[in-house]
Structures are given as structure tokens and as C-alpha cells.
Write a protein that binds this ligand. Structure first.
Ligand code: CA
Ligand code: CA
Length: 91
């Protein structure tokens, strides 16, 4: 329900904390699920490319591969939500 979410954000104009709150975490979960096309709870490389496109990142396929490998810390070829979260909150 985006209207409601933005309504709450507009009323609450404090800067967002650096560490993800439960709310931020839920937001990221939504983003993650949105780009998880086959809804298996994992982000495959093709889905990651879709995420980067969605974020407006203009990345070549080589850059995508490097980025994907950076996020996929346990190197099992897919990005788990925990890896996505770690990547998002890391400076
Ligand atoms: Ca998936
Ligand atoms: Ca992984």
C-alpha cells in the first residue's frame, strides 16, 4: 500500500537511522521480494540484474557479475536476504 507508506514517511520527517530498524528491514524485504521474480526467497543473477536496473544503476554485465560476487559472500551462486541486508547496510 504505497500511499499509506509515503503518508507515514511524510509525517515522520526525522532522518532515518543508519542501522536498519525493523521498519527499514521490512522495507528491504519488500524490495527483495519484488525483485525475486520466481519467489523462491533467493536472488539469482538475472534477478539481481533486474534489481540494479530498478535502482537506476547503469552497470555493464561485467560490473553486475562483480557486484553479484561481492554480495554473494558464501559463494553459492544466489543472494540470500541476509546477504542482501548485509550489503545494503555496509558502508
Ligand atoms: Ca529467485
Ligand atoms: Ca549466497
Amino acid at each position: 500500500m504505497p500511499e499509506m507508506k509515503y503518508g507515514i514517511a511524510a509525517m515522520n520527517d526525522r532522518p532515518s537511522p543508519v542501522t536498519p530498524t525493523g521498519e527499514k528491514c521490512a522495507e528491504l524485504r519488500e524490495d527483495f521480494d519484488y525483485f525475486d521474480d520466481n519467489h523462491d526467497g533467493l536472488m539469482e543473477f538475472g534477478e539481481f540484474v533486474g534489481l540494479m536496473d530498478g535502482l537506476g544503476a547503469d552497470m555493464s554485465s561485467d560490473e553486475c557479475r562483480i557486484g553479484f560476487a561481492e554480495i554473494d559472500r558464501d559463494r553459492d551462486g544466489v543472494i540470500e536476504f541476509e546477504e542482501f541486508l548485509d550489503w545494503w547496510i555496509s558502508p
